[in-house]
Design a binder for this molecule. Structure first.
Ligand SMILES: [Ca+2]
Ligand SMILES: [Ca+2]
Length: 271
């Protein structure tokens, strides 16, 4: 019985939907929000690993803000990936993944997430079942419902948004100033950076850093008033709307965000 069902799922008739692959992703933008579409799942897994039988959407973001994306009440066990800078891992990178966050899960094992997106950027959504076999995968071409809405832009965000682009590493220097510690740095991440946040943490718990200040008033120096023991500091450029990169770890991964972060992080171009 189980084997017969698998044959049915993999070998049944399936009509490829228009957005079966990245190249033909269904495009929508802020003018379409709140966006809600019910459509059939795909026939072919186009990106390695889940979700299977994927279909694709491209969101052309015109407003910086927090977006809510969900597929609650879809058929089967749906999975969602969000990519930036291109579609899929080969052309872009994964920004977020969601699986079973919808209320009532299980059996409503569908994804729900909130994500900060930036004006002027394209984002790709990959939607499909978590597994290719029953009971996780619904019958081929089963419908799902995708919903996308905007929470509203952060206060002060300009209509066009700003990007943080590539630039040289910040050169951080330390100097003892009495009982305080003076930090200074020379280079901005790029020309749109108008301010800086300083995060600090303890070396013993590297990766857990809190904001010491979310603004240096556009200055390239800051005095840490309270000695912090075995501390480390991160100078993070920002443009008043988003933080840039926190820099990379020795393994090449982005350092963790501050807890709490001063601003949503956007590091497409920054080192
Ligand atoms: Ca597909
Ligand atoms: Ca799921």
């Amino acid at each position: 019985m189980f084997a017969a069902l698998v044959v049915l799922l993999l070998g049944g008739d399936c009509t490829p939907p228009p957005n079966e692959v990245c190249e033909t992703a269904t495009v929508f933008s802020n003018a379409d929000l709140p966006y809600e579409v019910t459509a059939p799942l795909g026939c072919v897994n186009d990106i390695i690993d889940r979700p299977y039988f994927d279909v694709f959407y491209r969101f052309d973001c015109a407003v910086t803000g927090t977006y809510h994306i969900h597929l609650c009440n879809s058929s089967g066990d749906i999975y969602l990936r969000v990519y930036g800078d291109g579609c899929g891992w080969a052309d872009g990178f994964e920004l977020a993944v969601a699986d079973d966050e919808c209320p009532g899960s299980p059996p409503n094992a569908d994804p729900l997430l909130s994500i900060d997106l930036q004006a002027g950027q394209h984002y790709w959504l990959e939607v499909g079942p978590w597994r290719p076999d029953a009971p996780w995968a619904p019958p081929l071409n089963s419908p799902y419902t995708l919903s996308v809405s905007l929470d509203g832009p952060p206060p002060g965000a300009p209509a066009g948004g700003l990007e943080v682009a590539a630039g040289p590493d910040l050169q951080l220097q330390l100097a003892k100033e009495g009982e305080s510690l003076g930090l200074s740095w020379g280079n901005s991440c790029e020309v749109n950076d108008t301010d800086y946040a300083i995060y600090g943490g303890q070396l013993e718990v590297m990766g857990q850093h809190q904001p010491l200040t979310c603004s240096t008033g556009r200055g390239t120096s800051h005095v840490v008033q309270t000695p912090m023991g075995n501390a480390y500091f991160l100078v993070v450029p920002n443009n008043g709307i988003v933080d840039g990169s926190y820099g990379l770890t020795s393994s090449g991964a982005q350092r963790p965000k501050g807890d709490p972060p001063c601003l949503p992080r956007y590091f497409l171009g920054c080192p």
